[in-house]
Design a protein around this ligand. Structure first.
Ligand code: XMP
Length: 312
């Protein structure tokens, strides 16, 4: 905590020196890295920071609301909220190939963000939540991590990357010191394409809602039962097939929900969490009674390899 304080003081000084009286733009997803960068910049330059939160319609239940609550209401940040749900779901309609879905989501995200950036006057800097492992992976050619890379050339901002020398654990400590809520600082990893990759095949609104609602129940129950922060990543998937069931003496034909809960260090291999049976039965009961269009719950016992963590 002492080191975090010293880091924050030093960065606030550096950021003020670099940015001066100019404006800085940040794509704020609500993930750990961008949230910590936002909190640092609010401390350093306050209203000179403009945050843009793009809701692509594939966020988890309560996420956009939390970003607005924490950053606009509590930290008094200058936050632009863009609900682009219709636009994303429109572009994704009928698209079933996983990589095509990813490309559409990534490309559309940059387009929406660039459109917002162009509406703003006098922005000279672009802040990014690049962390040290991102730089290492880019250098080693494993993954190209350009957070909001691919912006049109007329938007040539100078980059501001205040956490680029930190590891994830250190970013969390800094976030905690900056007063961000625990469920933001210790959040499980969430893929950029969001719930889109947990709604395999062509995304439909009703199936996407089933993913969002079942995920919210799973997270709530894991938190209640001490598994939040213990299990590395946990989520639900609603595959694109239906099966026969029975409810109130009548035949149903609905989707299953698949639960996935895994542990890993580096996401290259993963093992499956041994969730207590009683808890799984309780979660099953809640999902089949509370989530529309679902009549069955399955647990995925497969480690990585042979499966990957996500389904697409
Ligand atoms: P897989 O499914 O490859 O996932 O075992 C490993 C980790 O990476 C996350 N993941 C993604 N993150 N964009 C992201 O930002 C993506 O397209 C993506 N695909 C997978 C996944 O959630 C897991 O933590």
């Amino acid at each position: 905590a002492e080191l975090a304080k010293a880091f924050i003081d030093e960065q606030v000084g550096e950021l003020r020196k670099q940015i001066g009286d100019k404006k800085v733009l940040l794509a704020l997803s609500g993930g750990v890295d961008s949230s910590v960068v936002a909190a640092l910049l609010i401390k350093a330059v306050g209203q000179q920071l403009v945050c843009v939160h793009v809701n692509h319609g594939l966020l988890r239940k309560g996420e956009p609301e939390q970003v607005i609550k924490v950053f606009r209401d509590e930290m008094k940040a200058n936050l632009i909220y863009v609900d682009a749900t219709e636009r994303f779901l429109g572009k994704l309609a009928g698209v079933s190939d996983p990589e095509t879905k990813r490309k559409i989501i990534g490309g559309e995200f940059i387009e929406v963000f660039a459109e917002e950036a162009k509406k703003l006057e006098g922005i000279e800097f672009l802040a990014q939540g690049t962390i040290y492992p991102d730089i290492l992976e880019s250098e080693q050619g494993i993954k190209a991590h350009h957070n909001v890379g691919g912006l049109p050339p007329e938007l040539n901002f100078e980059l501001v990357e205040p956490v680029k020398l930190l590891y994830k654990d250190e970013v969390r400590v800094v976030g905690k010191e900056l007063g961000l809520p625990d469920n933001m600082v210790y959040r499980q990893p969430f893929p950029g394409p969001g719930l889109g990759v947990r709604c395999p095949g062509a995304i439909t609104r009703d199936r996407l809602e089933a993913v969002r609602e079942s995920d919210a129940i799973l997270r709530e129950e894991f938190a209640k039962n001490g598994l939040e922060g213990k299990v590395w990543q946990y989520f639900t998937v609603v595959p694109d097939f239906k099966s026969t069931g029975i409810r109130d003496g009548k035949r149903t034909f609905d989707w299953p929900v698949i639960i996935r809960a895994v542990n890993t260090k580096d996401a290259i291999t993963a093992t499956v969490e041994n969730v207590p049976y009683e808890l799984m039965q309780h979660i099953t009961d809640r999902i089949v009674h509370e989530v529309k269009g679902v009549n069955r719950v399955l647990y995925d016992f497969t480690p990585k390899p042979t499966a990957t963590i996500e389904y697409e």
